[in-house]
Design a protein around this ligand. Structure first.
Ligand SMILES: Cc1cc2nc3c(=O)[nH]c(=O)nc-3n(C[C@H](O)[C@H](O)[C@H](O)COP(=O)(O)OP(=O)(O)OC[C@H]3O[C@@H](n4cnc5c(N)ncnc54)[C@H](O)[C@@H]3O)c2cc1C
Length: 305
């Protein structure tokens, strides 16, 4: 049953009509639990509250499936506005974004142009930018964009997903750039031709890439809510004397908040991924797919209103 629900929400997450309707009718149906609001101001308030609790942030202006150059340029503008807001309010925050929101499905030139503007603003204000990883179809292109930009910018990182067979090779290949990488299990529905179908294999590969990247001496963001993976990272830290300045934990806004606070109390760097904006639908559906138990929570919220 859980697998059926998971596939159902992943199917819904790609529906363009629902994406448009969701934008039009606002942040309802419980998405507010996972999304910091629709505006830069809403996001800044949430970031400030998290910073006060000792947490770092990466803020994501939600956006995917854009259809025009104009939309991509507007999305880049929003990112620059957020970077300026981070600097103005002295927030401890980085930026995350998706290549499709920058125009990946339109042209690579457009993406590069938008990214250079964002990275220039980031450089000016000391804000680091992480390129989120999307589905397999776009993985190779995203990594190539990252490689090109990394030659010119220090303030850029990206994400690798342990469910993909190719990821171990990507870790090895990207090592030449000494990159700051966020490591995740992977949130999209992929074919067994390209991704491990069994959770056990995804988890084992996750441990493998955490160890590889940390022992390569590269900055590692372990982005998971899974205690077993957090414990594994701590084990590697102790076994190989990895300084705490070389890695951090990351979790999503609204998920396992108490665990996030515990990690801060234990003295670890904890970064919360804070999404905001009106294009929240796809993000919200992927969160429901990850944990169908959240549906009950959302339904309670809707019925309770
Ligand atoms: C900061 C961050 C950034 C991300 N960026 C990307 C990205 O760019 N591209 C991408 O494809 N994916 C991204 N993801 C999503 C990621 O790929 C996974 O889909 C997601 O994190 C779920 O996997 P998991 O590692 O948390 O553990 P899972 O294997 O889903 O769960 C393992 C265990 O963790 C605990 N757990 C998980 N969720 C919850 C919950 N909601 N409440 C309580 N306990 C829970 C439970 O004990 C569960 O059994 C990101 C995730 C994070 C945290």
């Amino acid at each position: 049953m859980e697998q059926i629900l998971r596939n159902f929400f992943l199917f819904l997450s790609k529906n363009k009509l629902f994406t448009k309707l969701a934008k039009k009718y606002g942040l309802r149906f419980g998405a507010g639990r996972f999304v910091a609001g629709e505006t830069v101001e809403n996001a800044a308030e949430v970031i400030s509250q998290l910073n006060q609790k000792g947490m770092l942030v990466t803020v994501d202006h939600l956006g995917e499936f854009i259809d025009s150059e104009e939309e991509a340029r507007n999305a880049a503008e929003e990112c620059i506005e957020m970077i300026e807001k981070i600097a103005r309010d002295k927030l401890d925050a980085q930026l995350s974004l998706k290549m499709t929101s920058m125009g990946l499905d339109i042209s690579e030139e457009l993406v590069m142009e938008n990214m250079r503007r964002i990275l220039d603003a980031g450089e000016e204000h000391g804000v680091f930018v992480t390129i989120d990883m999307e589905d397999y179809q776009r993985c190779g292109k995203t990594i190539n964009i990252f490689k090109q930009l990394k030659k010119d910018y220090e303030n850029i990182g990206t994400v690798l997903q342990s469910y993909l067979y190719r990821t171990v090779e990507d870790i090895e290949d990207l090592n030449q750039f000494k990159p700051n990488l966020r490591l995740v299990k992977g949130a999209y529905k992929e074919s067994p031709k390209v991704a491990f179908p069994d959770k056990k294999d995804v988890d084992n590969n996750y441990k493998k890439i955490i160890k590889m990247h940390m022992l390569n001496g590269n900055y590692t963001a372990v982005a998971t809510h899974d205690d077993a993976m957090i414990e594994y990272t701590k084990q590697i830290e102790k076994e190989y004397n990895i300084p705490r300045s070389q890695f951090e934990f990351q979790m999503l806004f609204g998920i396992r908040t108490e665990r996030q606070e515990e990690l801060v109390e234990e003295g670890y760097k904890m970064r919360v991924y804070v999404p905001y904006g009106n294009d929240w639908y796809g993000y919200f559906m992927r969160r429901l797919a990850e944990r169908p138990a959240n549906v009950a929570f959302v339904l309670k919220g809707v019925i309770g209103k």
